[in-house]
Design a protein around this ligand. Structure first.
Ligand SMILES: Nc1ncnc2c1ncn2[C@@H]1O[C@H](COP(=O)(O)OP(=O)(O)OP(=O)(O)O)[C@@H](O)[C@H]1O
Ligand SMILES: [Mg+2]
Length: 559
């Protein structure tokens, strides 16, 4: 809590000052009252009566103003603290891996970010109000009452031990009840959430009544728990009021005895009763704080559990640094498009070696594009897993993964805008040199030069004012500008004439010889260059190895 309050140190001082002022002002009222009754009224001095009365009025008005101010400042401060806690919770939850989500569950994370923070905010605001005011009122009123009358002061503090015992009992009992209440809130949220997000399934399986019943159960269970808590808490105020009234009666009794003997004046007795109220009021305020404490501490614990949960998978560790780079392994991977009847990839197990050229060959519709899209997780495997250096790709931070892998899709998209804008797509800050280098590898320099505005030529939608081969070359250059560890080309050379294609490949493979390159193609010329080849047929890997071992097969498939 301390760290959350630190930025508000000056606000805290201000609130403390306002509360201090409030206590002092309130404490002066009974003294003035005694003065009014004992001196002004007894002497029937009208102008003095008016004078004291006006003072009392003024102090009351100022007290109200100060109370409003401190209340406002407290609300502002506690809301800001709650906002920060919620923000940290959100950040912490964002960093969670699937495991932590599963461990906590979505509903409790929602409750912890909203309801539990609210509880903490409430106790904080109570704490700020009570922590200063209660002791000040208590000590101030007690000192003033002792100076007025010692015997009566003892009557005032006599019930204190009883009150303390009662408060401890309530706080203990409340703790367990509040913990179970918060669990019921979680349960209620869970049922509600499932009811809302699963509405389609609920309707199609005709389970509306069953779900309604489930919700009612959770709702009732929450209500019963809340009643339980309130049943307990409802006794607190009457018990306190009873003690308070009992003390006042005792004060009046003993006070009237002293009045008779002339030891005490009426005004003093009135002031005394006021002090008694203040003292008992401050005790009550403290008792409310103590009794509310268990609930807030349950909530605080639940919040801290989330904040302190160490994600088992930390994003930065999995940003695929070069040291972590190793061969990519498909282990029993199957993939089925949503709503499709059959799997497109069936139990694919293969390896894409690190820093080598892998070529995937296979007939139309065999699943090459699908397989490539699994690597940057544009699609996610339906079964099995894809592992790099022992890490399932699904556990790698998506942004990091996509920064580490460049994917140039089949029929890649160019955007309306200049050629340069298109080239800078995804890597805005590259230098002109890097752009030129990429264009030179992609054999695009000459045709761009011939365009009326060169690299600043505006492309129409999807680059329709370029030829298919020119578009593909720009797409290749765009992929090369993004410097990553792995490049995936899906039929990126299909529209380029054989001579240019050879030149591009020579330069490209030379330039990327330290990267992992995967090319999906039906072109036997490209397959021949592969260090490693994967033959795919109707979603199954039918061959894997060096080009030599599959040469005949490749020829067969690609012809
Ligand atoms: N979005 C989709 N939804 C449903 N089925 C799809 C989808 N995309 C592809 N398929 C199916 O998946 C199978 C494999 O398609 P994929 O695009 O991976 O083949 P490919 O080997 O890349 O073919 P090509 O050589 O023609 O590019 C095909 O039968 C295709 O009909
Ligand atoms: Mg394809």
């Amino acid at each position: 809590m301390k760290i959350y309050l630190k930025p508000y140190r000056s606000k805290l001082v201000l609130i403390a000052f306002l509360v201090f002022l409030q206590a002092i002002l309130q404490l002066t009222l009974p003294t003035l009252l005694a003065e009014l009754v004992d001196v002004a009224l007894q002497n029937a001095d009208v102008s003095y009566i008016v004078q004291v009365g006006l003072w009392m009025l003024l102090i009351t008005v100022v007290t109200v103003a100060v109370t409003v101010c401190s209340g406002y400042q407290t609300a502002k401060l506690t809301s800001s603290v709650a906002l920060t806690i919620r923000e940290r919770l959100y950040a912490s939850v964002q960093g969670f891996s699937l495991q932590e989500y599963r461990q906590f569950g979505h509903s409790t994370l929602l409750t912890r970010t909203t309801n539990d923070v609210q509880q903490v905010q409430t106790i904080l605001s109570l704490l700020l109000k009570t922590m200063l005011l209660a002791p000040m009122m208590f000590i101030g009123a007690f000192i003033l009452s002792v100076t007025k009358n010692l015997t009566l002061s003892f009557i005032l503090i006599a019930p204190l031990p009883i009150i303390i015992l009662i408060v401890i009992w309530f706080a203990k009992k409340g703790g367990t009840l509040f913990a179970s209440l918060q669990k019921r809130v979680d349960q209620l949220n869970l049922t509600l959430r499932e009811g809302i997000t699963g509405i389609r399934d609920i309707r199609s399986f005709n389970q509306i009544d069953r779900e309604r019943e489930r919700f009612s159960e959770a709702n009732e269970s929450y209500r019963n728990s809340a009643i339980h808590v309130h049943q307990l808490m409802i006794y607190l105020t009457p018990i306190m009021m009873f003690i308070l009234n009992f003390s006042i009666v005792a004060l009046l009794w003993f006070g009237s005895l002293q009045l008779n003997t002339g030891e005490l004046q009426v005004g003093d007795l009135m002031a005394f009763i006021q002090y008694a109220m203040y003292i008992l009021f401050s005790i009550m305020l403290t008792s409310v704080l103590f009794v509310s404490f268990p609930r807030a501490s349950v909530s605080a614990k639940r919040i801290l559990e989330v904040l302190n949960a160490e994600p088992t998978i930390k994003n930065p560790t999995y940003s695929l640094t070069p040291e972590q780079q190793s061969s990519l392994r498909f282990a029993d991977v199957s993939f089925q498009y949503p709503n499709a009847e059959k799997s497109v990839l069936k139990n694919v197990s293969c390896t894409i070696p690190n820093r080598k050229l892998t070529v995937i060959v296979g007939g139309t519709g065999s699943g090459k594009s699908t397989l490539l899209q699994l690597i940057p997780r544009l699609l996610d495997v339906s079964a099995g897993n894809i592992v790099m250096g022992g890490i399932d790709l699904r556990n790698v931070d998506q942004e990091a993964l996509r920064n580490a892998v460049t994917f140039s899709p089949q029929n890649t998209q160019l955007f309306s805008g200049t050629i340069e804008n298109n080239l800078r797509f995804g890597s805005e800050n590259v230098s002109m040199q890097q752009i030129d280098r990429a264009l030179s590898i992609a054999q695009s320099e000459s045709f761009i030069k011939e365009l009326p505005e060169g690299i600043n030529t505006t492309l129409t939608q999807n680059g329709k004012n370029l030829s298919g081969g020119q578009r593909q070359r720009i797409a290749i250059a765009r992929a090369l500008i993004k410097e990553t560890d792995m490049y995936l080309f899906d039929e990126s050379f299909s529209a380029i004439d054989a001579g240019t294609k050879r030149q591009i490949l020579d330069k490209l493979l030379h330039e990327l010889n330290k990267s992992t390159v995967v090319i999906a193609t039906q072109d036997v010329g490209i397959a021949k260059r592969a260090d490693h080849i994967l033959v795919i047929d109707e979603g199954e890997i039918t061959g894997e190895g060096t080009i030599m071992s599959y040469y005949k097969r490749v020829r067969f498939i690609t012809n």
